[in-house]
Design a binder for this molecule. Structure first.
Ligand code: KG4
Ligand code: ZN
Length: 345
């Protein structure tokens, strides 16, 4: 039986993080919530590319094959033996249920064998912590623009574990729009990095795509933009793909940056932080930093590797959760629809 009493959690506490929520199999060792000793990511992109998107059953099987060697590499590189760890943390949601189960079951088994605590981590919370891993000096409250394949949210991070939702997408996530438009333009999967690349050769002013809900609060909408791209290409079959990609990307980035800076102004945040896979986008990174300089706010951009799915952010979020809530029970299951715990008052 595992001990559920809160262990001492301090700067020397090491956490093995495990991430298997979608198509990256990742493990990392992080000490004290921010010192990354190792971070190994094995991408399944090549396995899913020929299907044009992630095939859940294939993802689960690939995680089964890849996770043990990925964990072994993270431990060797990090210089840790399992029983020396302070805890094992794994993403338990949101994500693909079969994929999540592989990480959660492995983490619980290792925690039991090594006799160390298990910590269940919310994948969205892990993305929020990505920036803090690289810059622990970020002052709270900070506004985080979390833009991933499944989510587009503006969150006020008021203190550790205290999040207020300022705005979110009412339909598609920004990453989903990149992936759908990328597929429609024949750029393959995932669409985000492909559009980022192709857009560099195009004219962002070639097509004036709509900026939905631009003046309506802090929520987003991207599904109309995707439809506009499809309609434009059907009407102008000779339009250069580079121009369409650049114009689409410009429209997404315009809205994301405008709403993020508005959120920071409205909340009086000390910092503005980017997180999630779309935060790897070159134009978004450039515009985001210029906006922060213009507005005199401390902007923080995690490295590209920290924006996309990785286990260092899971280990970091796990360290904070272990400190605030103690270990998770071994009866904790995968929760594909898990939400970010939000302040409601
Ligand atoms: O955070 P993430 O790795 O996984 C989720 O939790 O969803 O985000 C994946 C998303 C995909 O939609 C992918 O196309 C997008 O991030 N993405 C990008 C770029 N790199 C990844 N979108 C735009 N530009 C990029 N460079
Ligand atoms: Zn993610």
């Amino acid at each position: 039986m595992i001990d559920l009493t809160s262990p001492r959690v301090d700067a020397a506490t090491s956490v093995l993080g495990i991430e298997t929520s979608c198509d990256e199999t990742a493990a990392a060792v992080v000490v004290g919530g921010h010192q990354v000793r190792s971070s190994v990511v094995s991408s399944q992109v090549d396995i899913h590319a020929r299907f044009g998107g992630v095939v859940p059953e294939i993802a689960s099987r690939a995680h089964v094959d890849l996770l043990t060697p990925v964990i072994a590499e993270a431990l060797v590189e990090g210089g840790f033996h399992g029983p020396e760890l302070g805890a094992v943390a794994a993403t338990y949601g949101p994500g693909l249920v079969g994929a999540l189960l592989v990480g959660v079951s492995t983490a619980k088994a290792l925690a039991l064998v090594w006799d160390v605590p298990f910590v269940a981590v919310n994948h969205l919370e892990a993305h929020l912590y990505a920036a803090l891993v690289e810059d622990p000096s970020i002052e709270l409250p900070a506004v985080v623009l979390l833009v991933s394949g499944g989510h587009t949210m503006l969150i006020s991070m008021e203190a550790h574990g205290q999040y207020r939702l300022l705005g979110s997408t009412i339909d598609d996530a920004a990453g989903e729009a990149f992936d759908k438009v990328g597929r429609f333009l024949g750029l393959g999967y995932p669409g985000g990095p492909a559009i980022d690349r192709v857009a560099m050769e195009g004219d962002p002013k070639a097509v004036a795509f709509p900026r939905a809900m631009r003046n309506e609060g802090l929520d987003f909408s991207f599904s109309g933009l995707k439809t506009s791209v499809v309609n434009h290409v059907r009407k102008h079959p000779d339009a250069a793909t580079e121009d369409v990609a650049a114009s689409f990307q410009e429209a997404v980035v315009d809205v994301l940056v405008e709403k993020a800076r508005r959120a920071a102004q409205q909340t009086g945040a000390r910092g503005l932080v980017l997180g999630g896979g779309v935060a790897a986008n070159s134009l978004l990174r450039e515009r985001f930093l210029s906006a922060c300089v213009e507005d005199g706010i401390h902007g923080f951009l995690p490295s590209r590797a920290m924006c996309t799915d990785n286990a260092a952010m899971v280990a970091a979020a796990g360290w904070w959760r272990l400190r605030s809530d103690g270990p998770s029970g071994l009866d904790t299951g995968a929760d594909p629809n898990l939400r970010l715990p939000l302040l409601t008052d």
